[in-house]
Design a binder for this molecule. Structure first.
Ligand code: HPA
Length: 266
């Protein structure tokens, strides 16, 4: 951690971000437009490279509407074979750099039948069905508690701010529960039915590990899902990663304006 933070401070002339954003599949463009310093993951001590198509793999430091922000353009996933601890290391680095608020974004399948592709959903809560937890292992008491409370991972005032921002922009917005599976296979129709019955509104393969670690180390979390497809049982049609990227491309302008509005009012 010390090496990583020292390296990043040197590379960015001691940029002290207060806000962090992790950009999901197809949503990385924000970090192309706003970029004061860009550091490839492959250059950062102890970071892992991003291997998924649609994910670039660099840490971008940018002043966005006067807010010092660090953006992960591409994230690492559990399904790539990395450990939960490895994929959440960047959140701890953000904490060490001074981040107070973390905006987690992702592409997700709609489980709630009223959702349409390209809708945006504010995450109100999550269900961890990934089969693991990033806090397993010895606890670092300087970062957080052994048994962290999870009552309000997605902060109510940030949910309200995101909702108000969407309204101000005249944008329809959904609110719902994000269900995380490990992936990489998508869900069967029976699995989608189960998720719906158990209270999930959208399903994806990320975000929950980072949210758990951010909450653990007292970073406020806002989560936004871009609904990239109808869940499999709703349509009976096959699903591909290309479809996910295509739809997020259609939603990215809307997504970007929402994020910018939220950041301006943090
Ligand atoms: N399921 C799981 N993860 C996803 C999906 C989905 O339908 N769409 C985008 N990420």
């Amino acid at each position: 951690m010390e090496n990583t933070v020292k390296y990043l401070k040197e590379k960015t002339n001691n940029f002290n971000p207060e806000t962090g954003i992790i950009l999901g599949s197809g949503l990385g463009e924000l970090a192309d437009e706003y970029c004061n310093y860009a550091v490839p993951y492959s250059d950062i001590p102890n970071f892992i490279k991003s291997t998924v198509k649609g994910h670039k793999g660099r840490l971008v430091f940018a002043e966005i509407n006067n807010k010092k922000t660090v953006l992960m353009q591409g994230r690492n996933h559990f399904y790539e074979g990395h450990s939960m601890q490895e994929i959440t290391f960047p959140v701890k680095v953000m904490k060490a750099l001074g981040v107070k608020t973390l905006i987690l974004t992702n592409a997700a399948g709609a489980v709630n039948e009223s959702y349409k592709p390209a809708d945006l959903m504010i995450i109100t809560d999550h269900i961890n069905n990934m089969g693991s937890n990033p806090l397993i292992g010895p606890n670092d008491d300087t970062l957080g508690e052994r048994f962290p409370d999870m009552t309000e991972v997605y902060k109510k005032d940030l949910i309200e701010l995101a909702e108000k921002s969407a309204n101000k922009l005249g944008m329809d917005i959904q609110k719902g529960v994000y269900w995380a599976n490990s992936g990489p296979s998508y869900e069967t129709p029976a699995e989608i039915n189960m998720i719906r019955k158990l209270g999930g509104d959208a399903v994806g393969m990320s975000t929950v590990p980072e949210a758990i670690v951010a909450n653990y180390c007292q970073i406020d979390v806002l989560g936004i899902s871009c609904i990239s497809n109808a869940a499999s049982s709703a349509t009976g049609e096959k699903l591909s990663h290309e479809e996910v990227i295509d739809t997020t491309n259609k939603a990215k302008a809307k997504f970007k304006s929402l994020i910018l509005e939220v950041i301006s009012n943090l």
